[in-house]
Design a protein. Structure first.
Length: 330
């Protein structure tokens, strides 16, 4: 029986990957040397176990340290396109982590993803736009498939950032005022995530000249959420008249595991409830029902042995996300 070549594509949110003595977000959050050693060993062993062809990362503060780990694990090509920021008065405190990508094959046409000005005008976005985490856009020539356009993303989080000054004049009980403050912040989060998703999807649909596309990373909500609608048209059965080749497909839908009726595993737990926040989305070139399909078979894997539904806080030695990977037989 003829064996097919295997191409493995993965994504993993590392959770505050900041090497000591640097801190993340505040001077009180950081790793001891022992914790850092545990974390880097955990990542190295996981990469060795997965053996990805291409892997995307989120929440990267220490770019050089991650690049070194990747090279040791047979991923010599590595890039992050934006710089980590430091607190002005506390240079050891890092904020605004970046995304990164590592590959066994050369990374080409590497760029920051920039928004389309006409699209921003369409949405009435008056202030200068900036992604919360700038996406990577690049091309990699994969054996048996050819050039693939990759987008590495980490969309706006669900963490609520409020502005109490906006609500000081509300004549209401403090508890009710707090409710309005939280609801406005929730709406702002969804708006930001939706605009980011729209910009990415607009670029996917207009700038790839029929090239296979993979969008992967931490989407910070489940794909069915309204803020991720631009990504979900090809997956939502309510769009009955929309052909599947018009959008991106959740790779799990195309997997052998889904065809066997297996339930899609959670990639993140919050207060004991599992959620899928991490995705690998594929263009129609990876859909077996399409005549130009580039693969023979797709398998989907979730690496979540370090997660616990009972853990209330984060264990920074590991991650609060599962890694996910697809194995493409070509």
């Amino acid at each position: 029986m003829l064996e097919h070549e295997s191409i493995k594509i993965a994504t993993f949110n590392l959770l505050n990957f900041a090497a000591p003595p640097y801190r993340f977000y505040s001077e009180f959050e950081g790793y001891t040397q022992s914790q850092w050693q545990s974390k880097t060993l955990f990542i190295s062993e996981l990469l060795a176990h997965m053996s990805p062809t291409v892997v995307a990362f989120q929440e990267v503060f220490s770019v050089n340290e991650l690049e070194e780990i990747c090279k040791e694990q047979g991923l010599p090509y590595f890039s992050a396109v934006s710089a980590v920021k430091h607190e002005a008065l506390k240079p050891d405190v890092l904020y605004s982590p970046v995304v990164a990508i590592a590959s066994k094959y050369p990374i080409e046409s590497l760029n920051c993803l920039l928004p389309n000005k006409d699209l921003l005008d369409y949405f009435g976005h008056q202030t200068p736009f900036g992604f919360n985490r700038t996406p990577i856009k690049c091309k990699i020539n994969l054996p048996g498939i050819g050039f693939v356009s990759f987008y590495v993303v980490h969309l706006k989080s669900q963490r609520l950032i409020t502005d109490g000054n906006l609500f000081e004049q509300i004549n209401a009980e403090p508890k009710l005022r707090h409710y309005y403050e939280q609801s406005f912040a929730l709406l702002r989060n969804s708006q930001d995530r939706s605009l980011e998703a729209s910009i990415i999807m607009h670029d996917v649909m207009t700038n790839n000249q029929n090239m296979p596309v993979i969008v992967l990373g931490d989407f910070n909500h489940n794909l069915e959420h309204a803020s991720l609608l631009p990504f979900n048209i090809a997956n939502d059965h309510s769009f009955k008249d929309v052909p599947s080749e018009s959008g991106l497909i959740d790779s799990y839908i195309l997997s052998q595991q889904a065809m066997q009726g297996e339930e899609k595993p959670a990639t993140h737990f919050y207060r004991g409830k599992g959620n899928v926040l991490d995705y690998i989305l594929l263009s129609q070139h990876f859909d077996p029902v399409q005549s130009n399909c580039a693969i023979k078979e797709l398998s989907y894997f979730t690496f979540n042995g370090h997660l616990s539904t009972q853990r209330d806080g984060e264990d920074i030695r590991y991650s609060d996300h599962a890694a996910i990977m697809i194995d493409l037989s070509v």
